[in-house]
Ligand binder design. Structure first.
Ligand code: HEC
Length: 160
């Protein structure tokens, strides 16, 4: 019985996490429309291009060869949501903690991305997110072809 209760508790935590309905979830999250052009200017002003490659922005010239080079934008099969992008900018270690790649994270699982939370304004963040999102294009997803299933006459009749 104890084991069943434990399994239920873990399952409900996983389900809640997946649905983002907990107190720290993203339900109700919504950003006002940002200005893409201003976001691009902020991206350069804040030096995002010292670590990120984006084909709409020139790389930041630095004396040191780039150690970190993470591409932002381009083709994707899943457009990044505002929630994902805001999280990436203001809480970068949220995702890397599980990746543990030393190119992007330290041994302790912290992102190597600069924390700009005390530097940028909320308006800058909103415009940045609008710009970064606009640089992704959704690539056509080729789905597998499945045969059409036979629908029994009785089911068809009940639908009509
Ligand atoms: C010092 C280097 C550095 C700077 C500066 C930097 N980043 Fe990053 N950024 C990273 C690294 C490393 C990652 C990949 C690991 C991670 O997700 O933290 C990353 C990841 C991201 C991601 C998630 C990408 C994905 O595909 O999941 C976004 C979005 C992002 N950065 C936006 C920005 C923006 C906007 C700026 C400027 C305000 C910025 N970054 C400045 C290093 C940097």
């Amino acid at each position: 019985m104890k084991i069943i209760l434990r399994v239920c508790a873990i399952a409900s935590v996983l389900v809640l996490g997946a649905c983002d309905t907990g107190p720290k979830g993203s339900v109700g999250f919504s950003l006002p429309d940002g200005d893409v052009e201003q976001g691009k200017a902020n991206y350069i002003a804040l030096g995002c291009n010292s670590c990120h490659v984006n084909d709409q922005v020139p790389q930041l010239d630095s004396a040191e060869p780039a150690v970190i080079s993470v591409t932002l934008g381009g083709e994707t099969t899943h457009i990044k949501t505002y929630g994902e992008l805001v999280t990436s900018v203001i809480n970068p270690s949220h995702r890397v903690s599980r990746r543990q790649s030393l190119d992007v994270a330290t041994k302790s699982g912290d992102s190597r991305m600069t924390n700009l939370n005390d530097v940028m304004t909320v308006t800058q963040l909103i415009d940045l997110v609008a710009f970064v999102q606009s640089s992704y294009t959704l690539s056509p997803f080729s789905s597998s072809k499945y045969p059409v299933y036979w629908i029994p006459e009785s089911a068809k009749a009940s639908k009509e």
